[in-house]
Design a protein around this ligand. Structure first.
Ligand code: DLL
Length: 429
């Protein structure tokens, strides 16, 4: 625990309530959208007397942010904004986020707290391979690393051969990158004939996309590192909202002194029972530039009790409610398919789901590569047999009928940031 974390649950709740009252009032007074939305819901900042009262206030969605593109959700004049980031959605305009100097300070502190909770410290050399730019991954990790006192190498994403060279020559001890791009870097080590097991790296802090225990095992085994999960989203701040800590692997501690969590049923918008799965909703407690009240993240998780810290935890995010595909009535997330494919050792964790509609029904094709060691070695009969086996496993464990195409290693495009796992080839109607 760092000095600036509330020590007890009582301290935390008191701090949250004071901050929540302040942010609800700031939003109401300075952001026209919130004034209109609160008035329509017949609530005022005075109605917030306890933390639970937040549920009386209206939810905020990405559509609200888009409707006020680019700067309409800012709560301070532009002279107080010192940084702008944006996240490109799958459709339409990006969502834009503005930070004051104090917001950048808070974000840096929370990223430093995250890296420390993951096992890092001032003596570390930190290789940042998240993209720098409008995406919050690169600069977020960078400022957090510097705040912690680590030596930051701002590599950014891409130029995979050079990533390998920098790891070999600069001897970083921590790498921060998307898990899918870490895998591409591991493959590049193999291609260059260098064993990635014996680098200086000891810790990987991976996030920005869903990744499961199979991927963790693969990265830890191949890179000889501890691999931990970091969560965040640009609208709410960027990376550093929740962090998997060394003492509670498999869950992430949510930095509740700055973000107040709720879990709702994504269909009804109503709160779920304690500990149940649903959509994460976050209220920013300290943000000045663009405060958000009850922001729907679309991310699916559960809220869990604290362990050694005062703050609650979330389960690892299995997917987004808008990533779900429905095949003949069965709900499927890419992470479900990924978890099944991991069971077949001849298959690599490089896969893509293709959503098609050849007739009137949706169908799902799964394209997956074989392990590099099998390159060119499988005859057409063995390939067909492997495909049938994968189809069977997916049917049994994910409950959905798919058509699997097993392809040669290196066929699928490698991501240099977030991997794209689903392409929608259905006719647009
Ligand atoms: O991805 C911020 C980030 C950068 C987080 C680097 C972690 C590391 P966006 O581009 O706005 O911001 O995308 C946010 O990515 O709502 C989730 O759906 C997904 N996501 C982020 N972290 C995780 C994670 C950044 N650890 C969206 N596990 C979020 C699963 C994640 N999904």
């Amino acid at each position: 625990m760092t000095a600036n974390e509330p020590a007890t649950v009582e301290d935390l709740r008191a701090l949250q309530l004071a901050r929540m009252r302040d942010v609800v009032r700031r939003a109401y007074e300075h952001v026209p959208h919130y004034r209109t939305a609160f008035d329509a819901a017949k609530v005022t900042p005075d109605d917030l007397r306890t933390l639970a009262d937040i549920a009386k206030f209206p939810l905020t969605t990405k559509a609200h942010l888009r409707n006020h593109y680019p700067y309409g959700m800012f709560a301070v004049p532009m002279e107080q904004i010192v940084r702008i980031h944006a996240s490109s959605g799958t459709t339409g305009k990006p969502t834009v986020v503005g930070y004051t100097a104090k917001d950048i300070e808070t974000w840096s502190m929370l990223m430093a707290r995250s890296i420390k909770a993951a096992g890092g410290g001032a003596a570390d050399i930190l290789h940042v391979a998240y993209g720098y730019g409008l995406f919050t991954g690169g600069l977020g990790a960078h400022y957090g690393g510097e705040y912690l006192g680590a030596a930051v190498i701002p590599v950014s994403g891409g130029f995979t051969e050079r990533q390998v060279q920098i790891i070999v020559d600069f001897k970083p001890t921590i790498i921060m990158v998307t898990p899918s791009y870490m895998l591409a870097i591991a493959d590049e080590f193999d291609r260059q004939g260098i064993d990635p097991l014996f680098t200086s790296l000891k810790l990987g802090i991976f996030g920005a996309e869903p990744w499961g225990e199979g991927m963790r095992g693969e990265l830890e085994r191949r890179m000889g590192i501890d691999a931990v999960d970091i969560y965040g989203l640009s609208e709410v701040m960027g990376p550093g909202i929740a962090q998997e800590c060394a003492d509670s692997r498999g869950t992430l501690t949510l930095w509740e002194d700055h973000f107040y969590p709720e879990i709702i049923d994504p269909d009804t918008g109503e709160p779920v029972a304690e500990g149940e799965a649903g959509e994460l909703v976050l209220t920013t407690l300290t943000k000045e530039g663009m405060p958000l009240i009850r922001y729907r993240t679309r991310d699916l998780t559960r809220l869990l009790p604290p362990t050694t810290r005062s703050m609650r935890r979330i389960a690892r995010i299995t997917g987004r409610s808008d990533d779900m595909v429905i095949i003949r009535g069965v709900n499927v997330f890419p992470s479900n398919i990924e978890a099944v494919l991991e069971q077949e050792e001849r298959l690599a964790p490089h896969y893509l789901l293709e959503l098609r509609r050849p007739g009137s029904l949706d169908e799902l094709d799964v394209v997956v590569e074989t392990r590099p060691a099998l390159a060119g070695k499988l005859g057409s009969r063995e390939l067909r047999e492997l495909e049938a086996r994968a189809e069977h496993l997916i049917k049994v464990f994910a409950g959905v009928t798919t058509k699997v195409r097993v392809v040669e290693p290196g066929t699928l495009e490698r991501s240099q940031g977030k991997a794209k796992r689903v392409i929608d080839l259905r006719p647009k109607d």
